[in-house]
Write a new protein. Structure first.
Lengths: 410, 167
């Protein structure tokens, strides 16, 4: 009410001011009365910063804040520094950051025992833990009863060896560099049909006894699988728009942007100049770079650099910068991204000396950070690709003004 | 597309092969060791808990023996061995990772420590490329779609270019 009154008065004042101004006559430009922009509920703030305290070197990592609730109740918890990852699917939260009131009962596999989930990542890490149901609140949008993963729950402490494959369990914020992962990529679920009939799918497991002393493979229906929450919204559910401002090549301490839900559904997610980059069923497309045809290329906000092979860019030799390129001076490059339907989009990017970039530890936004990938067919367009762009992510099978996903558009 | 290329490569190897090598009775499929067992065995090294559906040895006489193993979880593992039966390279592609600790054998610790080093240096959530201490690894992709390879440069037979061997 207060706001409404205030609003009316403010509008009257603006109108009055406008009248007075216009009475002044002369050559002054015609005044405009600004109509207030309604606050849209489909926006979630995102930022690049140094991550949760004491979690190591976090550069080019996009974070947001999510709220989860016990299904159908107002018992909720807000969790900051959750990674925004277009390369994975579903919400995964560390057991250690969940408050006591948020202990949620796991979904059960066909044998009636807890359904366990394995998410592997390419950096020799994995997430292991039960699938639980939660209402997921992202900004003003709520997805009810979403299967999410609780990572590193000590009650399910022994990961299946086929999940771990010798890697490191993402069981603490220090290891993950985040409190969770929000997978909002091209897909609706983390496995798909493959896990609905074959218990040896490598992604879903269950306990062999009530104390969960051992585990075995399990099937999971699509509805039980860890889900991208966006398609479960009542509206604004056909994809997302990641909108990050431009960053100078010198980098920046932090960066703030928006994760907007829906494609062409509200005033803030309209397609103005974006063109569609259609991917194959695996989410891949082709990158043309320096005469190379890299036909298993992908875009991934969870990769923290641009990763591709180069005949000319040297690897860093110092431990600071290990795994990244270290050219003597800034190198400017350009590539073409080619979708399934042969639509070509030119992208320019720069590569700088990572050891030099890391010298200023206060900078967590490094647009020219790049490294090798060891492959003549892949370009991994990580978070730097998103800087200065409005990137639409079209979810598989969801209709939008740009067609049905999977696609990227920018 | 890549899968297709793999099959085309495999077919080429088959065509060029003068003899079909069949390694039976061996169960370990690790870098620096003998190739994996024939179909029907448990092939524990490929992925604990994930049985091999089929192992098909194909050969290029005198140079490289290629073993393809389709795991139950949908991932294809290929081992590249010398005629003497020493695996000098492995590659994989599929929805989940194979058991790298078994696949890389005694080289795995190098991979693990280097992967950790890269993560600590700031390369997080990102593909792995490692060239260290006689081991080369490239592991990339993301959920539902992983692919990569590993090889030991010192074990590559004379006259074989690794670029011709890997998919």
């Amino acid at each position: 009410m207060y706001y409404r009154n205030f609003f009316c008065r403010a509008s009257a004042l603006v109108l009055l001011a406008a009248l007075i101004t216009s009475c002044g006559g002369g050559s002054a430009p015609a005044p405009t009365i600004q109509t207030p922009v309604p606050v849209l509920n489909n926006v979630l703030g995102v930022s690049v910063d140094n991550g949760p305290p004491d979690t190591g070197a976090n550069v080019n990592r996009l974070y947001t804040t999510v709220k989860i609730c016990q299904p159908g109740t107002s018992q909720c918890q807000t969790i900051d520094h959750v990674l925004v990852d277009t390369g994975s699917t579903g919400l995964r939260l560390l057991a250690g950051v969940l408050s006591a009131g948020m202990s949620m009962k796991p979904l059960t596999a066909s044998g009636g025992l807890p359904l366990l989930n394995c998410a592997q990542f390419v950096d020799n890490t994995f997430a292991w833990g039960p699938v639980v149901s939660a209402d997921v609140v992202l900004g003003g949008k709520t997805a009810p009863k979403v299967p999410i993963q609780v990572m590193g729950d000590p009650a399910f402490g022994s990961p299946a060896s086929a999940c771990a494959v010798g890697g490191t369990a993402m069981a603490t914020s220090a290891l993950l560099g985040a409190n969770g992962i929000l997978g909002i990529g091209l897909f609706k679920d983390d496995c798909g049909q493959a896990c609905t009939s074959n218990p040896h799918n490598g992604t879903y497991y269950t306990c062999t006894d009530a104390s969960c002393s051992a585990t075995k493979g399990a099937i999971a229906s699509l509805a039980q699988q860890v889900q991208n929450p966006v398609p479960l919204f009542a509206s604004d559910n056909n994809g997302v728009l990641i909108d990050l401002p431009t960053v100078g090549l010198a980098g920046a301490a932090t960066l703030n942007g928006s994760l907007i839900f829906g494609i062409g559904t509200q005033a803030n997610n309209q397609i103005t100049s974006a063109r569609v980059l259609k991917t194959d069923a695996s989410g891949n497309f082709t990158t043309l770079l320096s005469g190379q045809t890299l036909n298993t290329s992908f875009i991934d906000s969870g990769s923290n650099g641009l990763f591709f092979d180069s005949a000319t860019l040297p690897n860093c030799t110092q431990s600071s910068g290990a795994g990244f390129y270290c050219p003597n001076a800034l190198v400017n490059l350009s590539a073409s991204l080619v979708g399934l339907d042969a639509v070509r989009m030119a992208v320019s990017f720069s590569v700088d000396n990572a050891t030099a970039l890391f010298r200023d530890a206060s900078k967590t936004v490094l647009p020219s950070l790049a490294g090798s990938i060891g492959d003549t067919s892949t370009f991994d367009w990580g978070l730097p690709f998103f800087y200065g762009r409005r990137v639409f992510v079209g979810i598989e099978g969801q209709a939008s003004p740009l067609g049905a996903g999977p696609f990227y558009a920018f | 597309m890549r899968n297709l290329k793999l099959y085309v490569n495999a077919a080429r190897v088959l065509l060029m092969g003068l003899a079909l090598t069949c390694v039976v009775g061996r169960s370990w499929a690790a870098l620096g060791q003998a190739p994996s067992a024939a179909p029907g065995s448990s092939a524990p090294a490929l992925a604990a808990g994930a049985k091999a559906l089929a192992t098909s040895p194909v050969a290029r006489a005198g140079q490289v023996t290629v073993h393809q193993t389709q795991l139950e979880n949908g991932t294809l593992v290929v081992e590249y061995a010398t005629p003497a039966g020493l695996v000098f390279a492995v590659s994989w592609r599929g929805p989940v990772l194979p058991d790298l600790s078994a696949l890389l054998g005694s080289y795995f610790n190098t991979f693990k420590s280097q992967a950790e080093k890269a993560r600590l240096a700031g390369r997080r959530g990102s593909p792995m490329t490692i060239e260290h201490d006689g081991l080369v690894v490239s592991s990339k992709g993301r959920m539902r779609n992983f692919f990569g390879y590993a090889y030991a440069p010192d074990l590559i037979p004379a006259g074989v270019d690794i670029k011709d061997v890997l998919p």
